[in-house]
Design a protein around this ligand. Structure first.
Ligand code: G3P
Ligand code: MG
Length: 249
């Protein structure tokens, strides 16, 4: 397997330009020439893998309720575009399957972040990867990541051949990140921009892992990370970052 991660990954699609985690967002990233996108997957109450970031519906739909307590048919008609702008009204929460259809149509790679609702770490990975295994063939263009070690452990069990990425966020680097990376057999460390340093990039590379940094929307910062030899950046505004990177040449 030769994992081919591009320098820039569209975060939640292209979240600065289209509502996050929507089919429109994926199409927008593709139209911008972006090669991979990152999407968050979680399960509805009735175990349908959907593309959605938050545990609750409030921010994106304006409705109250938790994803983990709502069946797919009750989510299906909620509008997930209007909060972003009137012109995006009428968009719905995509299922993983619908998202993959659009990704394949545009020949895009995918970083699927397993984003389980609390207590559903194992089943979210198992169900999402089971669905994905039936519709996704290209191992070079797929990275499964999570902050949740239990989810990555489940991914290791059910889809050992698919590349995994260990997400690290917050304010402090866990002391045992090397042991975790080794145990979960990951190919990448996907780390928050506040935590990354040039030394850490070197440490990650010493372990033969790739270093991916989120979420970078400022071209100056992108240039700095490029100087540090960071392998890829997640960005809501991939075109801005691309311009930033190109301008040093
Ligand atoms: O996968 C990178 C990034 O998406 C992790 O944070 O909260 O945006 O899912 P979040
Ligand atoms: Mg994410």
């Amino acid at each position: 397997m030769a994992l081919k991660i591009p320098k820039i990954i569209g975060h939640r699609g292209a979240a600065a330009y289209a509502p996050e985690n929507t089919l429109e967002g994926i199409r927008t990233a593709a139209d911008m020439g972006i090669k991979w996108v990152e999407l968050d997957v979680k399960l509805t109450k009735d175990q349908v893998p959907i593309i959605f970031h938050d545990e609750d519906l409030e921010r994106i739909t304006g409705s109250s309720g938790l994803i983990a307590q709502t069946n797919y048919e009750d989510l299906r008609d909620l509008d997930v575009g209007l909060w972003f702008g009137d012109s995006f009204s009428g968009l719905h929460i995509p299922t993983l399957e619908e998202a993959v259809d659009v990704l394949l149509e545009h020949n895009l790679g995918l970083n699927l972040e397993i984003k389980p609702c609390p207590g559903r770490e194992k089943e979210t990975a198992e169900v999402a990867l089971d669905v994905l295994s039936q519709i996704w063939d290209d191992h070079d263009k797929l990275l499964i990541s999570s902050f949740q070690h239990v989810s990555l452990e489940a991914a290791l069990d059910v889809a050992r051949d698919w590349a995994r990425g260990l997400l690290i966020g917050g304010d402090e680097l866990p002391e045992n990140w090397r042991e975790l990376a080794d145990y979960l057999d990951v190919k990448t460390i996907n780390i928050g921009s506040r935590l990354i340093t040039p030394d850490l990039v070197a440490d990650i590379h010493d372990l033969d892992l790739q270093c991916l940094v989120y979420t970078v929307n400022d071209p100056e910062e992108a240039r700095m990370f490029q100087d540090w030899a960071v392998d890829a950046l997640f960005s809501d505004a991939p075109d801005v970052i691309e311009d930033g990177l190109a301008s040093i040449h």
